[in-house]
Each structure stands twice: as C-alpha cells, then as structure tokens.
Design a protein around this ligand. Structure first.
Ligand code: PLP
Length: 523
C-alpha cells in the first residue's frame, strides 16, 4: 500500500474546491510532497573522498543494506523546509485567540538573551564551576516565581504544565504515604467538571480515582457539592484559578480550609496565572502546590515554537517531597543537589527529568520578568483581562456569553446564538479560517454547550481586536441571514479543507512506504 499523498485537491474536501489548478498550487501557496517523493537517487549535496579499504569497528551492528534516505539537492531541501514552515500558523503571523493556551507574543529580547553564547553553548554535563551563571539564573527564576505566588519552595524541572501536575500530584502522594507510613489509603482526587483534561489524567496516572465536582450556575466550583464529597479517602482537590470558563474562583480560602480539615491537599492548576500575576498570590489563598506554564504566563514560545516548562511551587507541607535536582547556594557558590542521599532531611519522591529543566525557557522567562519588572507583570494581568472584557462586551449583543458579568483573561460563549441557523460551532470556526483567523478553542470547557473560548492576551492591539470583532460580527450576520451552506462548506481557501482529525489521531500514518510497481503488486 502506498501512503504517498493524493494531490488531487478534492481528496480530503467536503464539496469541491473552488479552483482546481494544474499542480494543486494555489496562488503562491505551494503543494509540498514528502522528501521521499522527490527522491532523486545520486543527487547528494556533498562530495566525500572514497574512504579506501578500512575495517569497520561496528561489529555485528554495521548496516547491511541501502540506507534508504532520499537524495535531494540543497535548493530542494531548502525549499522543502521553507514551504513546510509556511504551512505552520504562528503567533508571528496573526491573531491566535486559542482560549486556555495563552498564545501571546514571544518578545525578541528573550530570543536575543537565550542566544548569548554562555547560555546557548552550555552543556548540562559541564562541571558546576563552569556554569555558575546558569545556576544563578535558575535560582533567579525560582526566586521570582516563589515571590509572585507567595510560596516557599519550588521544583524547576517539570517540562510542561501536565508534567508539573504529575510533579505536584506525586508530591501529594509521597506526603500522604509518609504521613501514613505506607501506601496511602486516600485514593480519591476531586476535580471540577470544567477542568482541563490533563487534571483528571494526571490523577489517574498517579493511581487515584477521579471524582467530578459539578460547576454551579455561575460557572464556579459548587462549594456545597464539594464539601459533601469530603471523606477520609480524599487525597486532594485540583482547581484551576481563574478557571477554564475564564472566571475567578472566589471561594479558594474556604475550599483550602475544607480540604485541609479533611486531611487532603490543594493542587492549583496555574495555567491561567497570566490573569492574576502581580495581583494575587495563590499562596495567600491556602494552596499546597501549583504549576506555572512559563510558555503561557511568561511568554516563552510554544505550539510548535519550542518546548514547554512547568515549574511547580510547593507549600511547606509538600516541599520535603520535591523531586531532585535543585539548585543550592553555598559558600563555594551554586551547585545542584542530584541525589536523595545528599538531600539532608528532605525526602524527594524521585527525579522527573534528565538534568535540571528547560534551560532555554528559563532564560527567556527571566528576560521577560526582568524587562517587565513587578509593575510590568501586574500590567500584563490588567491588560489581559481588559482585552478579554473588551472582546466580550463588543460581541455580547450578537453572540451569547456563557455566563453573566465580567470575565478574567478569556471570554466564553456558547452556541445559543447559532440556534436554528444550521451552523454549528465547528462550522463557525472553519469559516474563520477563510477570513484569515485561527479559530478560538472549541467545545471546551465541556460544561458549556458548543463552547467557544476566546483568549486575546494582552499583546493584541486595539486595532487587532477591532478587526477580529468586526469579522466575528460579520460571520454572525451571515449565519443569521441563512447562509449555512457557506459555513458547512468552509474552509474553501485553505490548502486542505475538512480533515478527518479523529482518524488522524487514532490511526496516524507515520511511515512512508514506497509505491509498489504494478507488475510486482500483481504477483
Ligand atoms: C495548558 C493547560 C494545561 C496543560 O499545560 P501544558 O503545558 O500544555 O502541558 C493544564 N491546565 C490548563 C487549564 C491549561 O490551560
């Protein structure tokens, strides 16, 4: 079976493409085959001398057959990767209103700092004495994160938000095991029904059962329903604040007291910290741990632009169980505690990652913190919230906000405004593509029907927001005017149209196999 792609443009389309061209190129948007499909045997870009006779030292593992890599010339390689890079929508190209993901501008100053040779060329296995500056920087980021959250301890190594959740819940489990002198009998973690999918997934991966707390009519945690669930088998609660409906959870202190009285711990999902940074210290609300997505709040690139980083701040109760390694500052300068044996009274639950964390992201985040300062970070939160409220107030007469009142850094609509139009949330999002907009987050959180979650972030200008709002209003008008056919057919101007995303996720084709010549195939 050949997995080379069918370049006829109708293949993955709903309806027919508006314009069929000879090659499948449209305008200056070029179709790009796989490197294997443009393979031109012998077209290599380097001229190496014949090695002559030599005895390979690879023993039995020397390659026997052809290497099987495609041969392409240098200009073909350059064009191939340049074309691919242009297919990747990016924050540098336009508005990226993906709710929950915080797609904000990645300041160029951060990029300049991270390319300083002392950071860019450092190797994680260098002797400690040669990377004192790098340790000092990790310590500096740790200090800022502890200050901003009002928490006494931090684990820097987790590589993403979800990895930070794993770190926090493993620390909770280690603390419970320690308290009970053996595997904890507390097996249940409470998670609101509006939570990001990583929260219940993390709890389950750590061996807990997940018990959903309903949201109340205001889109917040129903405190009464939560209190009714408390029992001596509850290990903890995971709450996102501001929550995934873009709303502040006002009952944090009460929830913290209730969970602590019941013997459990309070995990806060800090992915939305950009809405409150510099204004609220989650530590003051009684939490025990919280991950911080440096790639959201602190502007480091993500979504194809780079790896995440998810440091976790910890309360005094959980701090002893933090994973190795961590940076310490002694008489001889900075060093790393790498092993439980060197950890003094601490009881680290283990190690989550090779080395010390995402160094490149620490440098970028530190540049962001220092360039904004304390007042600037507070301004980030103010402007993120202002922009989201501007969007909701300019759209609430034509779209239907899921909850009344102001929002935090993102605004949430349901699909009531599309009732009887024949247009779904998905169709609406696809129509946005033809208008040159990356869609907002759709169908999340699950508690809102046909959800559309829009996060403009503070880096979008008023002009950019006004254009976005104008497009949204025009699309609503068109849907209301009965133009559902155009929505159902959208997008018509993208290189690919409606893909079977479920099949792509469930049965990904990750391997190219050469086309079998017909005669051979017939045998
Ligand atoms: C982004 C996000 C996460 C997961 O973070 P990653 O860095 O993508 O692993 C968890 N919770 C919420 C609310 C998020 O928005």
């Amino acid at each position: 079976m050949s997995h080379s792609r069918d370049l006829s443009r109708g293949a993955a389309a709903v309806g027919s493409a508006t314009t069929d061209t000879v090659h499948g190129h449209q305008g200056l948007l070029l179709e790009e085959p796989l490197l294997f499909e443009i393979d031109n045997p012998g077209a290599i870009g380097v001229d190496l001398p014949d090695p002559g006779d030599f005895t390979p030292r690879l023993g039995g593992v020397a390659r026997q057959g052809e290497i099987g890599l495609p041969s392409v010339s240098e200009p073909e390689v350059v064009r191939h990767f340049t074309r691919l890079s242009q297919k990747n929508y990016a924050i540098d190209m336009g508005t990226y209103p993906l709710g929950s993901c915080t797609m904000k501008h990645n300041p160029r100053l951060n990029e300049k700092m991270v390319r300083l040779p002392g950071f860019a060329n450092a190797h994680p296995m260098q002797p400690d004495s040669t990377v004192q500056g790098a340790f000092e920087l990790i310590d500096g980021v740790a200090h800022w994160l502890k200050e901003l959250t009002g928490m006494p301890a931090i684990a820097m190594s987790p590589a993403a938000g979800a990895h930070g959740e794993l770190c926090g819940v493993m620390a909770i489990r280690a603390a419970l095991d320690d308290r009970e002198g053996g595997p904890t009998t507390r097996r249940r973690i409470l998670v609101p029904d509006s939570a990001h999918g990583t929260n219940p997934a993390t709890a389950a991966v750590c061996g807990f059962s997940v018990d959903a707390i309903p949201s109340d009519a205001r889109g917040r945690v129903d405190v009464k329903a939560f209190a009714d669930k408390l029992d001596d088998d509850v290990a903890g609660i995971m709450i996102t604040n501001p929550n995934t409906c873009g709303l502040f959870e006002p009952d944090m202190i009460e929830i913290a007291e209730l969970i602590h009285d019941a013997g459990g711990y309070f995990y806060c999902d800090g992915a939305n910290f950009n809405a409150i940074v510099g204004r609220v210290r989650p530590g003051d609300l009684g939490i025990d741990c919280m991950h911080i997505n440096l790639h959201k709040t602190f502007s480091t690139p993500h979504g194809g632009g780079g790896p995440g980083a998810g440091p976790v701040v910890l309360s005094d109760a959980l701090a002893p169980f933090a994973p190795v390694p961590w940076v310490v500052h002694g008489e001889d300068g900075f060093s790393l505690v790498e092993h439980a044996d060197d950890a003094g009274d601490a009881k680290p639950f283990g190690r989550l990652k090779g080395f010390h964390g995402q160094m490149g992201m620490f440098v970028r985040a530190y540049a962001y913190m220092l360039s904004h300062g304390r007042d600037g970070l507070r301004q980030v939160a103010n402007d993120a919230v202002l922009n989201a409220n501007y969007v909701v107030s300019c759209l609430s007469d034509v779209m239907t906000p899921a909850f009344d009142g102001p929002c935090m850094h993102e605004c949430l609509f349901d699909d009531r405004f599309l009732k009887d139009t024949g247009v779904s949330t998905l169709d609406f999002a696809k129509a946005m593509l033809d208008e040159g907009y990356h869609p907002m987050t759709m169908y999340f959180p699950l508690v809102v029907h046909g959800a559309m979650l829009i996060e403009p972030t503070e880096t979008e200008s008023k002009r950019g927001l006004d254009e976005f709002i104008a497009v949204m209003r025009a699309l609503v008008d068109r849907a209301r005017a009965g133009d559902s056919d155009a929505f159902v057919a959208a997008p018509t101007m993208t290189p690919r149209r409606r893909l079977d995303e479920t099949a792509a996720a469930r049965q990904p084709i990750l391997r190219w196999s050469p086309e079998v010549p017909t005669a051979e195939a017939a045998e």
